[in-house]
Design a protein around this ligand. Structure first.
Ligand code: COA
Ligand code: ZN
Length: 317
C-alpha cells in the first residue's frame, strides 16, 4: 500500500462542527477549544467563518474568537469565507489563511451562498485580490465535489470546469469536499487520477464527512493517489446547515490514530487530542461519533482475568 511518510491535517471542528450547534457556544469556550487544538500540535485550524451572521448565527463572534485565541507558532489559523466582504473581515481579524467555498453543483451553491456558481466565482476573484494584497494564503474548497444531495451525481466535466476557473484566477490550493458523505473510495481515486495530472503544481486537500462511514476509506484512496492534506474535525463534529442529511466530518483523533498506526506522521499529540475531544463533548453536551475516545488507542492493554492467569501459570509449572 502506498502511504506518505507524513500528512498535514487541518482541524475544522470549530467551523464545520460548531456552525450547526443549536445552542450558542460562548466565545471564551470556542477560544479554549482552538487553544487546546493548537496545543495538541494541529498545524492548521479553520477557526471560524466570516459569513452572514443570519446565515450562521453560531459563528457571529468570528472577530472576537480570532482576537482572543493564543497564536501558537507552527499553527496556521484560517477562516472560511464566501465573498469579498468576508475576506475583508477575515483579513482585518488577522487570519493567516482564507478558505473559500463554492459548490460543484448549482443547487447546493444556491442553497449555501445564495449565488450561482458563476456569481460565486466572481466573488472569489475579489477574495483572491483581497488576500493577495494582504499576503494571506488562499485555499479554495469545492463543496459537493463527489455528489450533491439535491442533484445526485456531479459530472467530472462540471467539477473539472470549477477547478479550471479557480486555477485560472490564481488558485494554487484546492480542496475537494464530500459535503454529505457521498464520495466512495474508487470514485475518489478516479476523480484524483483525472484532475491531478491536468492541474500540475496544485496542492490538493480532501475534506470528508463520515455521513456514510466512508471517510477513512476515502482518505486511504486519496493517499494512494498522492494527496497529503486532510481536513478533519475533533470528535467527528460537523455538518452543513444548507445540505440536508449532512453529518460530521471524519473524526480528527480517529484519523490521527489510524495514520500513526500505519506509520504516517502528523506531528500531532494523540493524548492531547483525546483530551480536547473529551472537552468538546462536555461543551456540546453529548457523546460524539469518535471511536478512539471510547476504545483507547490500539496499544491499550487490559489486565488478564485471574482464571486465565491461573491456567497460564499452571501450564508453565
Ligand atoms: N459577512 C457579513 N455580512 C455579509 C457578508 C459576510 N461575508 N456578505 C454579505 N454580507 C451582508 C451584506 O453587506 C449585506 O448587508 P446589508 O443588507 O446590511 O447591506 C447583506 O449581507 C446582503 O448581502 P448579499 O451579498 O446580498 O448576501 P446574501 O444575502 O445573498 O447572502 C452570503 C450571501 C454568502 C453572505 C450568505 O448566504 C452566507 O453568509 N452564507 C453562509 C453559508 C455558510 O456558511 N455555509 C456553511 C459553510 S459551507
Ligand atoms: Zn464540510
Amino acid at each position: 500500500m502506498r502511504v506518505p511518510d507524513r500528512v498535514t491535517m487541518c482541524e475544522v471542528g470549530t467551523r464545520d462542527g460548531f456552525q450547526i450547534e443549536p445552542e450558542f457556544i460562548p466565545t471564551d469556550v470556542k477560544v479554549e477549544v482552538v487553544n487546546l487544538l493548537s496545543a495538541a500540535g494541529l498545524p492548521r485550524i479553520e477557526v471560524t467563518s466570516f459569513v452572514h451572521p443570519k446565515a450562521v448565527p453560531q459563528l457571529r463572534d468570528a472577530e472576537q474568537v480570532m482576537a482572543r485565541i493564543t497564536r501558537r507558532p507552527g499553527t496556521r489559523y484560517a477562516a472560511l469565507v464566501p465573498n469579498d466582504k468576508g475576506a475583508v473581515r477575515a483579513v482585518d481579524a488577522g487570519v493567516d489563511a482564507i478558505h473559500t467555498v463554492v459548490s460543484a453543483s448549482e443547487s447546493h451553491n444556491l442553497a449555501n451562498v445564495n449565488m450561482t456558481i458563476a456569481e460565486s466565482l466572481d466573488k472569489l476573484r475579489a477574495v483572491m485580490q483581497v488576500a493577495t494584497r494582504a499576503g494571506v494564503h488562499v485555499g479554495c474548497g469545492i463543496s459537493t465535489s463527489f455528489g450533491c444531495p439535491f442533484e445526485g451525481d456531479v459530472p467530472m466535466a462540471q467539477l473539472e470546469s470549477v477547478v479550471r476557473r479557480l486555477v485560472d484566477m490564481g488558485a494554487r490550493a484546492i480542496g475537494l469536499a464530500a459535503t454529505t458523505g457521498m464520495a466512495k473510495p474508487r470514485q475518489v481515486a478516479r476523480v484524483l487520477e483525472h484532475l491531478m495530472p491536468r492541474f500540475p503544481g496544485i496542492e490538493w486537500t480532501l475534506h470528508t464527512h463520515d455521513t456514510r462511514a466512508m471517510a477513512i476509506p476515502n482518505i486511504l484512496a486519496a493517499m494512494e493517489c498522492g494527496v497529503t492534506n486532510f481536513d478533519a474535525s475533533i470528535g467527528g463534529l460537523g455538518g452543513c446547515p444548507f445540505a440536508p442529511g449532512a453529518s460530521g466530518n471524519v473524526c480528527t483523533e480517529d484519523l490521527v490514530h489510524c495514520l500513526h498506526a500505519m506509520g504516517v506522521a502528523t506531528g500531532i499529540d494523540l493524548d492531547r487530542l483525546l483530551a480536547a475531544s473529551r472537552r468538546v463533548q462536555e461543551v456540546v453536551g453529548r457523546p460524539l461519533p469518535g471511536q478512539i475516545v471510547k476504545a483507547g488507542p490500539s496499544t491499550r492493554r487490559y489486565p488478564l482475568p485471574d482464571s486465565v492467569a491461573g491456567r497460564i501459570a499452571a501450564a508453565r509449572a
